[in-house]
Design a protein around this ligand. Structure first.
Ligand code: HEC
Ligand code: HEC
Length: 291
């Protein structure tokens, strides 16, 4: 009996150390690096999920522990705690459950994640990038932080589309297509496309700007990203890159939040150049807002 128990323990220890080895192996290291690059850069989940102080400044040591409130007429939504805390975060979710939540907007209890989490733009996250984001989330420090429950005065959809089986990676060699992928997983168009009376994005005016963002900074209005005179037609590539990375527009004026400039600073030159190449291919449209 005793030796049997001992054997079981030895086997359990072997299984544990081999899984630890797998986690620190080169493949996982590469996943984690990719996850870090995406999360600190174009994907910028932290722009919504960071815990913030009263002035809206991110409390970096509290990580992605949520609580930031989006108080809009159709909803009062609180960004969730997505640190690995087992009680108040996502610590008990499996990788498959996390994948379904991020890419399809469905939680393990089958409830639907509401706006402003940009669900429409995450459906195309490649399997590899999704795994990288999950590896990154798992590697974060667990932070205990209870976030209030969101309330929605609009009915949430039953889902955001059919279940997703597999999404292949887009090759960076196809520059414009890869730029489109980055703009999608960076949910740029969630802010840069006008909305109809029901709050839905007017996709026929993709990139034409005009959404209003009130905040401690006053009100900012998203700009027109299409190659139109009222958009980016006359801006050079360098000027567009500077706007995204540093938050300074072509006239030298500082750009206001909520765009996540500090995240976008870390986007690589190749990826930035792909983003700009894609923006140049958008249909030219007049600015959708009023000045
Ligand atoms: C524009 C803001 C925004 C962005 C960007 C965003 N989220 Fe969210 N997220 C939210 C809000 C708000 C909720 C809560 C919605 C609700 O209560 O239904 C949420 C909910 C979640 C949940 C559900 C957690 C739970 O306990 O119910 C997960 C998981 C999640 N987000 C992960 C992510 C990841 C990973 C990213 C980046 C790939 C991301 N989010 C980007 C705003 C955002
Ligand atoms: C959370 C909302 C939000 C997101 C996400 C967002 N933006 Fe913006 N963006 C804005 C707002 C608002 C402004 C204008 C700020 C101002 O006028 O002070 C702006 C300004 C810009 C400008 C300056 C344009 C000009 O005419 O000078 C560029 C370029 C830009 N965004 C590109 C992007 C790209 C590319 C992404 C995705 C990687 C992105 N934005 C994501 C809200 C957003």
């Amino acid at each position: 009996m005793q030796s049997h128990l001992k054997l079981t323990l030895v086997m359990a220890a072997a299984a544990l150390s081999s899984s630890l080895w797998a986690q620190s192996g080169p493949k996982n290291q590469a996943l984690l690096e990719r996850g870090k690059y995406l999360m600190n850069g174009v994907v910028a989940c932290g722009n919504c999920h960071f815990q913030r102080d009263a002035k809206g400044e991110p409390l970096l040591d509290k990580g992605l522990s949520g609580g930031f409130v989006f108080d809009e007429p159709p909803f009062k939504a609180y960004a969730s705690n997505i640190t690995p805390d087992p009680e108040t975060g996502i610590g008990k979710w499996t990788d498959a459950q996390l994948a379904k939540a991020i890419r399809e907007g469905i939680r393990p209890d089958k409830s639907v994640i509401g706006p402003p989490m940009p669900m429409a733009f995450y459906r195309n996250l490649s399997d590899d990038d999704l795994a990288a984001i999950i590896a990154y989330l798992r590697a974060q420090k667990p932070v205990r932080h209870v976030v209030p429950k969101s309330t929605y005065n609009i009915p949430l959809p039953p889902n955001y589309g059919p279940p997703i089986q597999q999404v292949r990676a887009t090759s960076p060699r196809d520059k414009v297509k890869y730029g489109a992928y980055l703009v999608e997983i960076g949910h740029c168009m969630e802010c840069h496309t006008p909305r109809d009376e029901k709050g839905m994005l007017r996709l026929s005016q993709l990139g034409a700007g005009g959404q209003h963002f009130p905040g401690p900074w006053g009100t900012s209005v998203s700009r027109n990203l299409t190659p139109h005179e009222t958009g980016l037609k006359n801006a050079s590539d360098a000027q567009i890159e500077r706007a995204i990375r540093e938050g300074v527009d072509p006239t030298g004026q500082a750009l206001k939040p909520p765009m996540g400039y500090p995240f976008y600073k870390t986007i690589s030159n190749e990826d930035m150049s792909a983003i700009v190449a894609y923006l140049r291919t958008l249909k030219p449209l007049a600015f959708a807002g009023k000045h």
